[in-house]
Design a protein. Structure first.
Lengths: 243, 86, 114
């Protein structure tokens, strides 16, 4: 079957699929008339019960923390797959240099600011929008500024497995340890075992901030490992282009 | 946000997303795709903000701002040599 | 007006699937997969939306004000971050295929054997 035939047949099939989707969505309630009940219950009880202002993060890290643990291990497994696929191609010494003075001057400054903002996003995840997942990616983006501003050799001081692998293990293992600590305190796995503090401050949420930080550290380290592997592959391509 | 201001903003957000998706699909060059995907991510974040989901909008911004362009640009460097380089 | 979100979700899903079928490059295929994935985010958040409701964050807002559903937001935000690594895995597979056979075109890759 040639490509043209395949695309034509697929277009017809996709049109039929679109019609099916529209017919299925027509049976949903109108946009805006959410019936609940879990959403309404959570909105009402999460803040008085756990003293967490951000109900979305209360759901992610406290009330449905088991779900998040599964997602974290998907992250872990996918990064493991990337490392296994790209590992043998890394090249340490690439002859790239950053030529722009503005980038070299402004890069470290933006790294510092972005790193602080990332830490703030993780820490205040229970008060304002944010949390471990977003803050972890923001932290990793801050660290990759090192590559953008200073070239590959500066980056390879941070982006190597002896630094990143323990941090990643700390995050992923820390999640399970906090869950087991919940078990050890007589509650269920990942139960909240500390006294909930004052809502709207850093001490809110009981032991859920531990889960938050574990997720943040894990996402940051996993994303950095991903960047390391891909930038290593980029280094190989630069070397090939130069030779 | 009152209901009166929300409806035009929602329509704009939906229109941007509905236009952004074919733009991403019909871009062939990988370097251009990195930028167009970034804009599509921003359009999605606007839609998520209008939905009342600031956490999801924040995660979409950080992901499509740094992580996706980096991965796509490295893939572009490996697969599609710059024209005139062969 | 009230069917617009679902129509947009269906449109994005079908456009992404068309991109996957008609793609000439494995990396472009992976990005079209993310477009299809984004249609699920649009749909999920549309289901959880409450008309006149604000974000489910109660700092400075008194309890009892209408807010949208937090459960679908929790699902979507972890999914957005995790899908970056999964798509990176797919792209790593594509780079590996390019290394092995010199091409990243799915049609030409399907013809190689041995």
């Amino acid at each position: 079957m040639t490509r043209r035939t395949r695309v034509a047949v697929a277009s017809i099939a996709l049109a039929g699929f679109a019609a099916l989707l529209v017919w299925a969505f027509a049976g949903l309630p109108d946009f805006g008339s959410y019936r609940g009940p879990y959403g309404f219950v959570l909105d009402r009880i999460a803040t008085p019960d756990r003293h967490i202002d951000n109900v979305v993060n209360a759901t992610t890290y406290d009330i449905r923390g088991f779900d998040t643990m599964g997602e974290e291990f998907i992250l872990f497994g996918a990064v493991l797959g990337v490392v296994l696929l790209l590992r043998e191609e890394k090249d340490e010494d690439v002859g790239d240099a950053v030529h722009s003075d503005l980038v070299r001057a402004g890069g470290p400054l933006s790294l510092a600011v972005a790193f602080l903002v990332g830490l703030w996003i993780v820490a205040f995840g229970f008060v304002t929008p944010g949390g471990g997942f977003q803050g972890g990616v923001a932290l990793a983006s801050a660290v990759v500024m090192l590559f953008v501003a200073a070239g590959y050799r500066a980056w390879s001081a941070v982006g190597e497995e002896t630094v990143l692998d323990p941090v990643e293990g700390l995050g992923a293992g820390g999640f399970v340890v906090v869950g087991l600590a919940g078990l050890a305190s007589g509650l269920s796995f990942l139960g909240n075992f500390w006294r909930p503090g004052v809502a709207g401050t850093l001490t809110s949420g009981g032991s859920a901030p531990l889960v938050n930080w574990a997720a943040g550290i894990e996402v940051c380290a996993a994303t950095l490992v991903l960047f390391t592997e891909f930038l290593g592959a980029y280094g190989v391509s630069l070397r090939k282009a130069q030779s | 946000m009152t209901l009166a201001t929300l409806v035009p903003l929602q329509s704009v957000a939906f229109a941007l997303v509905a236009l952004g998706a074919p733009a991403v699909v019909f871009t062939r060059d990988l370097r251009r795709l990195a930028v167009v995907n970034g804009f599509y991510g921003i359009a999605l974040s606007l839609l998520f903000i209008v939905y009342g989901a600031p956490d999801v909008a924040l995660s979409m911004i950080v992901v499509s701002g740094v992580a996706y362009p980096l991965v796509l640009l490295v893939a572009a460097a490996r697969i599609q040599r710059r024209r005139g380089d062969e | 007006m009230s069917f617009l979100p679902y129509a947009v979700a269906a449109w994005i899903c079908v456009v992404g699937l068309y991109g996957i079928v008609a793609s000439r490059n494995l990396v472009h295929l992976a990005v079209c997969l993310t477009v299809t994935q984004s249609s699920t985010y649009v749909l999920l958040l549309a289901i959880g939306y409450v008309r006149g409701g604000g974000p489910p964050i109660f700092k400075g807002v008194e309890l009892g004000t209408t807010a949208v559903d937090p459960v679908v937001q929790a699902l979507t935000l972890t999914d957005v971050v995790v899908s970056v690594t999964v798509v990176a895995l797919i792209i790593a597979l594509a780079l590996d295929a390019h290394e092995e056979s010199g091409t990243a075109d799915p049609d030409q890759l399907a013809e190689l054997s041995g």
